[in-house]
Design a protein around this ligand. Structure first.
Ligand code: PEP
Ligand code: MG
Length: 606
């Protein structure tokens, strides 16, 4: 167990009680360490009542600090606007006009400076108090357009506060030492930034199992818990805590006995993992001889080593959007090509499915500039964003096609909702191929092109889509969210996020049927593929490839080697006929209890 606790636990000095918190297990592993609270800007604004007065001789310095922060923010917004004007085809740069109005607002400036001077309070506090008034006033107006501007105001406030503090989210990549991160929220780009050498674990209030931050944590092998209701308010920096990412439990101020118990627990988990690692050479085949491909999902080219380590049959999903996050400029074709080539070569002839950009929703890129949407998961996300900015998509397509000369690369489009989108993407692909031909660059002109089935409309027209695609990969994370109208990031509705809801299973069945009618294959690359409980149902429904976090491959391989396709089909039939999600899962759980109890207890925390 990673442990940075002081030898003498802090509670002995402060007499703190041991408290247990329950959340949603997001990434397996156990860690014990000291808490580091990461405040987001909205809470920085809310905390403005708590402050220490500054001495009179510091007032002038504080005013200057505020003015510099405003100036730095102005420069930052200007740069962002310039970048957007050159990187996007349509001019969205005027979204920054509202931002400029705020940094240029003399009244606001004067009010904050006056507060600092008169009340002798820190610049952050004066600014936060003033902004809260502004935001409350804007949020209260009847005009919906004006009301929406509150988001712009918050955005600028965030930038100014971050300059004032001389720090910001970027700090996450340079932590002062080993710690457990606790926060209300962490965006996927925050998570991608995490200083892996020092983050023992993280526990956050928002999110659910299929939030991108949870997915990233698994890929980075950082134990994590999400959906921790009203948790942060109970913590202080430096508190001792255990994070159990298997069960989704955090224990604040653990006693010596509890720490020992968790050390034991971790040992028994490690034993199963090392047993499973010894099985990597075994075929992933049912007892009656059906081969199921187990591939790895990856978020960064660095994860490629895990493909071999865990015995994956290649990469079933490379989420390329992370190349576009936490960077101020879009990666150009050469930069992308180098990454894709490296992955293709390292995969040693095994397939590598490279998904084109899936930005939008909760995955935002600074390089594309800030744009505000009312419903980002229903907005300009993934293929929609790319078709709206064809030059970005064509650049990526070109890099992927070229990498195809160095390995078994396949391309996949995310979030296809209708034929038009697929047709347009394929048209652009032809244009890219002809440009590549003209420039005499080596590329794979026969690359397999697949699509993700993650929107109910796509599953319902899968028979039509199958005529134009070489393969399907079902993105169950989104398919569940869009079918059930349950936000995959919202911990408050996490109980309604039911992958075995009969409607979801029906859509999966339609998809595999359409694929087999058209002689193409169906993979699943959503988180369902890495959860052993769903495997009998998925393979029984005709799924022949499962792509998942490498950490799950051993568990799934062991289960597949214990089941026959005959049994899987019976389990799937009963699941399809069930009235409820719970009932649909029952037969699968019964199978596991009887045949692979160690795998079932590993996800139940036994
Ligand atoms: C999915 O939706 O299941 C999927 C694999 O894509 P992402 O999680 O990146 O949205
Ligand atoms: Mg998706």
């Amino acid at each position: 167990m990673k442990n940075n606790l002081p030898k003498e636990p802090k509670r002995d000095k402060k007499n703190k009680r041991e408290i247990m918190f329950h959340g949603i297990p997001a990434s397996p592993g156990i860690a014990c360490g000291t808490v580091m609270l990461v405040h987001d800007v909205s809470s920085a604004l809310l905390d403005s009542k708590e402050y220490k007065n500054i001495p009179p001789e510091q007032v002038e310095e504080e005013v200057q600090r505020f003015k510099s922060a405003i100036e730095e923010t102005r420069v930052e917004i200007k740069e962002l606007r310039n970048r957007i004007q050159t990187s996007l085809e349509h001019h969205e740069a005027n979204i920054f006009d509202a931002h400029f109005l705020i940094v240029d607002d003399r009244m606001l400036m004067n009010e904050v400076c006056m507060l600092i001077t008169k009340k002798q309070i820190p610049a952050e506090t004066a600014f936060s108090q003033t902004m809260q008034k502004y935001i409350a006033a804007i949020s209260a107006v009847a005009d919906p357009y004006l009301r929406e501007r509150a988001a712009d105001v918050k955005d600028v406030a965030a930038r100014i506060i971050s300059h004032l503090q001389g720090k910001g989210k970027f700090q996450l990549d340079h932590l002062p030492g080993p710690c457990i991160i606790a926060a209300k929220d962490m965006t996927p780009s925050d998570t991608a930034l995490l200083d892996r050498a020092n983050v023992l674990a993280f526990a956050i209030e928002s999110g659910s199992k299929t939030s991108h931050s949870a997915i990233l944590a698994r890929s980075m092998k950082i134990p994590a818990i999400v959906g921790m209701n009203r948790f942060v308010e109970c913590l202080e920096d430096g508190d001792s805590m255990i994070v159990d990412g298997f069960l989704g439990i955090a224990i604040l101020n653990p006693t010596k006995d509890t720490i020992e118990l968790y050390q034991q627990k971790e040992k028994s988990k490690a034993k199963l993992y090392s047993e499973l690692l010894r099985e990597t050479q075994l075929q992933s085949e049912t007892t009656d001889g059906y081969r199921i491909q187990l591939a790895a999902n990856m978020e960064s080219a660095d994860n490629i080593a895990d493909v071999k380590k865990y015995g994956a049959a290649g990469v079933g999903l490379f989420r390329t959007e992370y190349l576009f996050m936490n960077t101020d400029t879009l990666p150009d074709e050469e930069e992308q090509f180098e990454v894709y080539r490296k992955v293709a070569e390292a995969a040693d002839g095994q397939p590598v499915v490279i998904r084109t950009l899936d930005l939008g929703g909760d995955k935002l890129s600074r390089a594309l500039g800030a744009y505000h949407e009312q419903n980002p998961f229903l907005g300009l996300r993934a293929i929609r964003l790319c078709l709206d900015n064809p030059s970005i998509l064509k650049t990526q397509m070109s890099a992927i096609l070229r990498a195809g000369s160095f390995g078994n690369v396949q391309m996949m489009f995310p979030m296809i909702s209708c034929m038009d989108e697929l047709n347009r993407a394929l048209e652009l692909l032809e244009e890219v191929k002809s440009d590549l031909k003209n420039s005499n660059l080596k590329f794979n002109g026969k690359m397999k092109i697949g699509i993700m089935i993650e929107i109910p409309s796509a599953a319902l027209i899968a028979d039509k889509l199958a005529r134009k695609a070489d393969f399907f990969s079902i993105g169950t994370n989104d398919l569940v969210q869009y079918t059930l109208a349950v936000d995959r990031n919202n911990e408050r509705v996490a109980g309604l996020y039911q992958p075995t809801h009969p409607a979801v299973l029906e859509l999966i069945a339609r998809t595999t049927q359409a694929a087999s009618d058209n002689s193409i294959w169906t993979a699943v690359c959503g988180e369902m593929a890495g959860d052993p409980r769903y495997i009998p149902i998925l393979i029984g429904l005709g799924v022949r490839e499962l792509s998942m976090s490498p950490l799950s491959i051993g568990h799934i391989r062991r289960l597949i080697r214990k089941i026959s396709m005959h049994d899987a089909e019976r389990i799937a039939e009963k699941a399809l006929a069930a009235d409820t999600a719970e009932e649909a899962l029952r037969h699968s759980l019964e199978f596991m209890e009887k045949n692979v109890p160690e795998i079932l207890s590993s996800i139940r925390g036994g």
